[in-house]
Design a protein around this ligand. Structure first.
Ligand code: C2E
Ligand code: MG
Ligand code: MG
Length: 522
């Protein structure tokens, strides 16, 4: 070969890698000579900015190449490099197509896997799972992003080892994953998803991770007409898992279809219902525990549809699946402001009226402006409005929540954390976000005959004491009996709301209470 001693090819994915010398090296030809020097190099840059170079060497004492020889060497190298580059490009293209930038397999790889098994029965004995690592934002917050990345990777790797080569796992984005595995691997997989202790570094630090998961056991003979079909089923059952009423892991069953149809129907009915004024505000008074005075009320939504009243539990979760809930919330706020203006004009003081806002609003950077626009349009002084936000949905990052609460407070609008105690990590939420009011959920209110040293009684007193300590107003929800009322008074709680005084009232009934001004306290 024209007296050449050696030929070496380098392959770099990026110009940066080339500069740093990080790439693949292939020796395509070597006679094993010692004193060699490079005589010719060709560098080839592809359209994806990957780079291949080939250098040929000759022994020091060898007679130099003639021009004609050099021309031939150059031509041969170029031809070889063109092939090598194309081959390498394919590898890169595959990585780009089927892996994300953190090195996780992506949704395309999941669909490719499923598309491969397209004949009836190919997927016999398999299952598909959609899962989300719960509270992962907290892991990042507490341990730092870099450590969070390690935890997520370790979790993913462990899933890979559980499902082995017969399955696949891919990341949909954020902390949400999908996976296909053998049904025989399912018990181990679900146990791991339910609760996993995951290494966070090499010093033995660990993080406990649990997940919400939706599972579809693929029935024998199942044919994949469309990959989205499996995806739809696991997402649907995952969403039920996430809603938290049926446990962290929910299996898909055909029963869900009717649920899904019902949800679609409600979502479809919404625009007309809003236009026709089918949503009414009911008011549940908040009562000052010492004086019995009406300190304000909570605005609660009721849907009047074909002569029936639909309670919020029937439609709020459905509307929360999309951002439809935001339209409804603003619609309710708008009605509330109209009512407050009317009461003020009539010389009635309604106190502070709280309006529930879904956590779905948190990603809206203009949330505070949109609220202020509605309140100001009705010329309602800001001190009459309070915004209730729940802590039960977990996906909202604290920083969004904190920003929303701070923006509202800058405009003199109070915020309360609703259903305190129902969600997770409540104490952290209280610490990080500067609320005005704590609304303690009724599950924390002790029963009449409950001993003072029961866990619930002790927790309840501590919550009230803590709220006072950090300067939060405290409203206890769901007070139903005189005994509860007395107990709350002894503990030093300030405001109560519950059936003991009134259920949520339609507008005219509530106005009668405003005229009355106060309740007789037991
Ligand atoms: P929430 O904000 O915690 O509202 C309190 C719920 O407790 C109300 O149920 C109320 O009727 C009920 N309640 C009050 N006192 C008692 C009591 O003494 N005993 C018992 N057993 N229950 C009591 P409701 O009106 O069915 O509302 C349920 C949830 O729906 C609300 O919980 C709130 O999260 C949501 N919601 C209601 N209206 C809206 C709205 O306009 N927008 C949004 N985003 N959510 C709303
Ligand atoms: Mg509420
Ligand atoms: Mg509540």
């Amino acid at each position: 070969m024209f007296r050449l001693a050696k030929g070496v090819t380098h392959f770099y994915k990026t110009p940066g890698d080339e500069q740093r010398g990080i790439g693949e090296t292939m020796c395509s030809y070597d006679i094993g000579a010692e004193n060699i020097k490079p005589v010719h190099t060709v560098r080839f840059v592809t359209r994806l900015m990957s780079i291949s170079t080939m250098t040929v060497y000759m022994e020091e004492n060898e007679e130099p190449l003639t021009d004609e020889e050099l021309f031939k060497v150059d031509l041969t190298i170029r031809t070889a490099l063109a092939f090598i580059s194309r081959n390498r490009l394919q590898v890169i293209a595959e990585e780009l197509a089927f892996y994300d930038d953190m090195g996780y397999r992506n949704i395309r790889s999941f669909f490719k896997f499923i598309a491969w098994y397209n004949k009836p029965g190919d997927l016999n004995g398999m299952a598909a799972v959609n899962y989300n690592l719960r509270h992962f934002a907290l892991v990042n917050e507490e341990f730092g992003r870099a450590c969070g990345d390690i935890v997520m990777k370790n979790h993913y790797r462990h899933i890979e080892t559980i499902i082995g080569k017969s399955g696949t796992v891919a990341r949909l984005g954020g902390d949400t994953f999908v996976c296909v595995c053998k049904q025989t691997d399912l018990p181990e997989l679900l146990e791991y998803l339910n609760e996993a202790v995951v290494p966070a570094d090499t010093n033995g630090r660990t993080v406990s991770i649990s997940s919400y998961a939706g599972v579809f056991r693929i029935p024998d003979g199942y044919t994949v007409d469309n990959e989205n079909d499996i995806m739809g089923k696991i997402i649907q059952s995952y969403q039920i898992a996430k809603a938290g009423v049926q446990g962290n892991i929910v299996f898909y069953s055909d029963m869900m279809l009717s649920e899904k149809d019902r949800a679609r129907k409600i979502q479809k009915m919404l625009p007309e219902a809003l236009k026709n004024g089918e949503f009414h505000v009911f008011y549940q008074p908040k009562v000052n525990i010492l004086t019995g005075e009406i300190a304000g009320a909570e605005a609660l939504c009721r849907w009047f549809s074909n002569g029936q009243i639909i309670p919020p539990i029937e439609f709020i979760p459905v509307l929360e699946e999309t951002s439809d809930i935001c339209k409804l919330d603003f619609h309710i706020l708008d009605q509330v402001c109209g009512h407050i203006r009317k009461w003020l004009d009539e010389g009635k003081d309604p106190g502070r009226i709280s309006v529930n806002l879904s956590r779905r609003h948190m990603t809206d950077p203009n949330l505070a402006d949109n609220i202020i626009e509605i309140v100001d349009r009705h010329h309602v002084p800001h001190r009459y409005i309070e915004i209730e936000l729940t802590e039960t949905t977990t996906d909202v990052e604290f920083k969004d929540l904190r920003r929303a609460v701070e923006n509202l407070q800058e405009h003199g609008i109070c915020t309360s954390v609703d259903d305190f105690g129902m969600g997770y990590s409540s104490l952290n939420l209280i610490r990080v976000v500067p609320w005005n009011v704590l609304k303690v959920d009724r599950i924390f209110v002790p029963e009449d005959d409950e001993a003072k040293d029961s866990v619930r009684s002790v927790m309840f007193s501590s919550i009230i004491a803590m709220a006072k300590d950090i300067g939060l107003e405290c409203v206890v929800e769901g007070v139903e009996t005189k005994a509860q009322f007395q107990m709350l008074r002894e503990i030093g709680c300030e405001q109560v709301q519950g059936y003991l005084f009134d259920k949520p009232l339609p507008l005219d009934e509530f106005e009668k209470r405003l005229d009355m001004g106060r309740y007789d306290i037991p």
